[in-house]
Design a protein around this ligand. Structure first.
Ligand SMILES: [Zn+2]
Length: 386
């Protein structure tokens, strides 16, 4: 095989071509070469290689103004896949996603109560093996990406802390790799939700934003210049209320007013906030609590906006999909209580991924890590630009 350019550069160009084909439909070889500023010979060689690997297919001709009809290219969406697992304190979701991020299979099951690392690893291996056993070609799976509500060291996949489970320094990725036939990635859930937002909702990297995961717990992260700061933001534990025992030991934390665990706590028969919302129509006390939760979150967001001054606040997570009137209450409270200098700068939106933001987030992390390396390409671009 003859290389017309050094191998490393060729590999990067291969990734750039894969990414542009994932992001735009119906491009021809000439389009790809023009959009990426690559010469036609290199583009042609890489596209031919991708065709022979089965990563890309030719999808017939298309008309152009000049009357020439070049073949358009498309990703072979099911050539490679990623397994994604989102481990929440209450539920675990598992999905098989293709190269377009479409979920081909999805299951959800309850997470064990305060599982030991061994128990959790066993349940991950069991769920993954079940998915693989139902596939025609399990080798198409490029890797397993796992998100967890805890502090994670991304480079090693070590879970440094899950406070609900009293976990400290658990080498989860290392333990799982020994039992699974592909690489394993472990990430913090809020970081992966942000990746999902960028991947599927196409957020401008110049926008600074504060991302809130409103679910069983309330997590958050702050993003600026495309970078996520600490994954240890304790947004859920700023004092908002006068009462309410928080799981962290303090009184009146935002979580005690608005987190999933606190909202369902008075109702032993209720298993989710979704169920609570459906009961609220006929129960004014529940309705009142949900309205209060929305107001409390809005107050927390005013503090966050005053300190961080984000362009945008994005609210994702299971509870972000709650009925419109609660979200309207949240917005109205923010407008009523925040100083105009704070309001003018910041807009509040719900994640377009809704209650799937957790599983799609970790799926996006997996697609990035195992296949497209979009974060790496972005970093290189920033380096070149700097
Ligand atoms: Zn707390």
């Amino acid at each position: 095989m003859r290389f017309t350019q050094p191998t490393a550069a060729r590999q990067l160009n291969r990734l750039r071509i894969l990414n542009i084909l994932a992001q735009h439909e119906g491009l021809s070889r000439a389009d790809v070469s023009r959009l990426l500023g690559l010469n036609k010979v290199s583009t042609g060689e890489i596209v031919d290689a991708l065709l022979s690997e089965g990563m890309v297919q030719e999808t017939g001709t298309r008309s152009t103004a000049a009357g020439r009809r070049p073949m358009s290219l498309a990703l072979q969406k099911e050539r490679k896949m990623v397994l994604a697992i989102d481990i929440g304190t209450r539920n675990t979701s598992i999905a098989l996603v293709n190269l377009s991020g479409e979920m081909l299979r999805f299951e959800r099951f309850p997470t064990a109560k305060e599982p030991s690392p061994e128990e959790l690893a066993a349940s991950i291996i069991q769920a993954s093996s079940k998915f693989l056993s139902r596939m025609k070609d399990p080798k198409a799976v490029s890797g397993l990406a796992i998100s967890i509500t805890g502090i994670v060291e991304p480079a090693t996949g070590t879970v440094l802390q899950v406070s609900d489970w009293k976990w400290k320094s658990v080498p989860l990725s290392y333990a799982l790799k020994k039992h699974l036939p592909f690489p394993v990635l472990v990430e913090n859930n809020v970081r992966s939700m942000i990746m999902g937002e960028r991947w599927f909702a196409d957020i401008d990297s110049d926008t600074s934003y504060f991302y809130v995961n409103w679910g069983e717990h309330i997590g958050a992260a702050w993003l600026s210049d495309g970078k996520i700061t600490s994954q240890d933001c304790q947004f859920g534990h700023i004092p908002i209320g006068q009462s309410g025992h928080c799981r962290c030991g303090a009184i009146g934390c935002l979580e005690t007013q608005a987190a999933g665990w606190a909202l369902v706590e008075p109702y032993p028969e209720v298993t989710s906030v979704k169920q609570l919302c459906s009961m609220a129509d006929n129960d004014s006390a529940i309705d009142g609590e949900l309205l209060h939760a929305a107001e409390s979150l809005a107050q927390g967001l005013i503090f966050a906006s005053a300190l961080f001054r984000p362009d945008k606040i994005i609210i994702g997570g299971g509870i972000s999909a709650l009925p419109e009137r609660y979200f309207t209450t949240l917005l109205r409270t923010f407008e009523r209580r925040a100083a105009s200098i704070i309001q003018e700068k910041t807009s509040i939106e719900r994640s377009t991924l809704g209650e799937r933001s957790g599983i799609l987030g970790i799926a996006a992390m997996g697609l990035d890590e195992f296949i497209f390396k979009r974060s790496l390409l972005d970093q290189l671009k920033h380096h070149q630009g700097a």
